[in-house]
Design a binder for this molecule. Sequence first.
Ligand SMILES: [Zn+2]
Ligand SMILES: [Zn+2]
Length: 149
Amino acid sequence: MKNAVKKPGPRFRMTPQRAGILRLLEGNKSHPSAGDIYRRIHKKFPGLSFATVYNTLQSLIALGELAEIRIDPRRSRFDPATTAHSHLMCVECGSIADLKAPPQPPLPKERPSGYRILRCNIEFYGVCPACGKKPGNKEKKSCMKTRQK
Ligand SMILES: [Zn+2]
Ligand SMILES: [Zn+2]
């Protein structure tokens, strides 16, 4: 079966900015914010404004080349890996790790009639190994005792 990848529409143009940002993000697993991306891209393309970088990110999202991650309540983060996966964010330093297979929650027994459920997004929050080693973080308890098998 063929990949169901959407063909770029007639308005698609792989501008140098888009190509540059995509190349910069390729294989990046740090889930950078727009600001992080701007600081890195600025070194290569010093003439680019933050607004241009931000708009380019939005175009890449619209093209399906980039995913916007909303696990961080303070700012959007971006992920070049657009296949379905879940995220685990460190509440101390904001680092985000990938969880390869998204967990499959049971469908709610009661739901509004007439709705079809298309997707569900589960986010995990925790403390990363580096932050866990900091003094004072020892007593943070895990909440893993319920639900997850
Ligand atoms: Zn951390
Ligand atoms: Zn990810």
